[in-house]
Ligand binder design. Structure first.
Ligand SMILES: Cc1ncc(COP(=O)(O)O)c(C=O)c1O
Length: 404
């Protein structure tokens, strides 16, 4: 219904509702151009990989096995079968043991990250993030009103020397950081995997300066080269780590299922925020029945698909840009991070790419205050098919050369 008179809600809104997200600076889309044909923007999973028939079979199997429970309200911590599956998956892919008492099922890992924020962040608190880092989580954090300190990264991941500097500075002011947010594998957007040395250092710092680590691992299973590194949650001896995971990238983003792992004595405090009748009991069962039969084979298949896409995009970029640009080569995940050739005008590039119907994400989106990264862009190779990658990257390289 259209209201007759626009009421001012100002005196009613919560402090959090009134928080203004700082407008990300940097190049914006060029307006009303046609929709992109070459979508290298969002980290969307490959649509050709979705297992439609197997999900229908899993739905029937779940109904046959569990009848009305499939459609009832769920447990506060999530469907037990899925929590058990997360334990098995963690052992298989990460090599460490957890119990169901460490696992709470969420609506994708975005929700897990929001729950960690519910648990730890009050308006005005300080948190530390990598810079650059995933724009979606930055948007989540902004809704909690923290001061965000961005710490730079290099080939080994977050710069722990810089983290310590910031923590010391805060301690001198009688403050502390509530959490350190880090994407450990195939970092979004920069692509590197955090080294074991940095992980150990980060854990030591969390203990020394009394803070928590929020470990985001949305892509860990999707490794195409190199050796896995043990998770911060698996290495932690002091209950300093919360870890988010997701089915978005190894099954489908539309199932909206993820989880948060937490120390057993902290999980009940997080669960207090779950007052909604359980996360998606229906889809949790469908996904669990599907994954019990198909998880390993499907992950293997996805690794093949994305490895080929990564290599194709890298080759096209190499042909198109030579060594005029710095191009990351991630061992897994969905993204390539490009430092544009010296002198590229980011606004002009956005206009020229939009004209050619190519989308990407400009660098400033990945910085806490949008005030850095103007010379970078992020490309996702996950969604587009190989022909679109070849043609789209060709067009993008043309645009990059013209955007001086
Ligand atoms: C690093 C990272 N974390 C978390 C997410 C959130 O994904 P979802 O909420 O679908 O699990 C994404 C999605 O792109 C991501 O790239």
């Amino acid at each position: 219904m259209d209201v007759v008179r626009a009421t001012s809600y100002d005196s009613l809104l919560s402090r959090r509702a009134k928080l203004q997200a700082p407008a990300a600076r940097g190049a914006r889309g060029a307006g009303a151009a046609s929709a992109p044909l070459y979508m290298f923007g969002g980290g969307f999973p490959d649509p050709a990989s979705f297992p439609y028939n197997e999900l229908v079979e899993a739905t029937r199997e779940a109904f046959d096995a569990e009848g009305p429970d499939v459609l009832g309200y769920g447990h506060q911590l999530g469907y037990l079968g899925l929590r058990e599956l997360v334990c098995e998956k963690t052992k298989y892919y990460e090599g460490f043991e957890i119990s169901v008492d460490n696992v709470l099922v969420t609506n994708g890992s975005s929700h897990a990250l929001a729950m960690a924020s519910d648990l730890l962040i009050d308006i005005g608190d300080t948190i530390i993030t990598e810079a650059p880092t995933f724009s979606g989580t930055l948007n989540t954090f902004r809704r909690y009103g923290p001061q965000m300190i961005g710490v730079s990264t290099d080939q080994e991941g977050i710069r722990t020397d810089e983290v310590e500097e910031r923590l010391k500075e805060l301690a001198r002011q009688g403050k502390k950081a509530k959490l350190i947010y880090t994407i450990v594998n195939f970092q979004n957007p920069a692509g590197m995997t955090q080294s074991l040395r940095r992980r150990t250092e980060l854990l030591d710092l969390a203990e020394k300066y009394d803070t928590m680590i929020l470990e985001d691992d949305a892509y860990g299973e999707l490794r195409y080269s190199g050796e896995p590194v043990k998770s911060l949650f698996g290495l932690d001896q002091n209950g300093r780590v919360l870890r988010s995971g997701t089915l978005s990238k190894i099954l489908a983003a539309g199932v909206r299922l993820g989880w948060i792992l937490a120390p057993k004595n902290l999980l009940p405090t997080i669960a207090q925020f779950k007052t909604d009748g359980g996360t998606n009991p229906y889809m949790s069962r469908v996904a669990t029945y599907y994954l019990r039969r198909h998880m390993h084979a499907h992950v293997e298949e996805l690794r093949g698909i994305y490895r080929t896409k990564r290599d194709t995009m890298l080759e096209c970029l190499r042909v198109g840009l030579g060594d005029s640009a710095e191009i990351s080569r991630p061992d897994g995940g969905f993204f390539i991070w490009i430092r544009l050739p010296e002198g590229t005008n980011p606004q002009k590039l956005m206009e020229l790419a939009t004209e050619r119907r190519v989308s990407y994400v400009p660098g400033p989106s990945f910085f806490p205050y949008g005030d850095n990264g103007f010379d970078h862009i992020r490309l996702a190779y996950s969604w587009a098919n190989l022909d679109e990658i070849r043609t789209g990257v060709g067009l993008l390289c043309e645009a990059i050369k013209a955007a001086r």
